[in-house]
Design a protein around this ligand. Structure first.
Ligand code: HEC
Length: 144
């Protein structure tokens, strides 16, 4: 038993050492999904804080997490791997898609800064969360 375990680890390490720089398609799709689920959870947490359900908590941390996650997303889609709920228009209209994603990252980062400096009063957070506008064009929810 033990020997089997050790050799399996050996193979795994060898595979790591010789891993080509190209990512596997299924890994790229899975990676994208991790980013999006993060966005979803962070938005949910942010919504609870802004609605006042969670007192004495920090909306800035969640806004920063959203901005950071969004900033990785453009790169992940740049690999041009179809799959998941991604519509092909992401790549045929790359200039528009990547601009939306970059704007999303920039707006949420800007909002985090404003809220950190001035507090959440009078700030329209929903204005920066352009999730739906982008999903309507580039996400196919029927492909699950
Ligand atoms: C600029 C475009 C864009 C923005 C902005 C965006 N998304 Fe998405 N989202 C996508 C695309 C494209 C997919 C499908 C990608 C895929 O499956 O690889 C997706 C998929 C998802 C999924 C499905 C993940 C899964 O596989 O189950 C969730 C959840 C999600 N987004 C949440 C959000 C939330 C929450 C926000 C805003 C806070 C957001 N997204 C903002 C483009 C965007």
């Amino acid at each position: 038993m033990r020997r089997v375990h050790v050799s399996a680890l050996g193979i795994a390490l060898m595979a790591l050492a010789s891993a080509p720089s190209m990512a596997e398609d299924k890994d790229v799709v899975a990676y994208r999904r991790h980013l999006r689920i993060t966005l979803n959870e962070q938005s949910g947490a942010l919504g609870m804080i802004l609605s006042g359900s969670i007192p004495d908590s920090d909306p800035v941390a969640h806004l920063e997490a959203i901005a950071l996650t969004a900033s990785y997303a453009t790169k992940a889609f740049k690999l041009q791997v179809p799959g998941g709920e991604a519509r092909p228009e992401i790549w045929t209209q790359w200039a528009d898609f990547s601009k939306r994603m970059d704007d999303f990252a920039r707006k949420t980062a800007g909002l985090a800064k404003t809220v950190r400096e001035k507090g959440p009063q009078g700030v329209n957070v929903l204005d920066a969360l352009t999730c739906k506008a982008c999903h309507d064009i580039y996400r196919d929810e029927t492909k699950r």
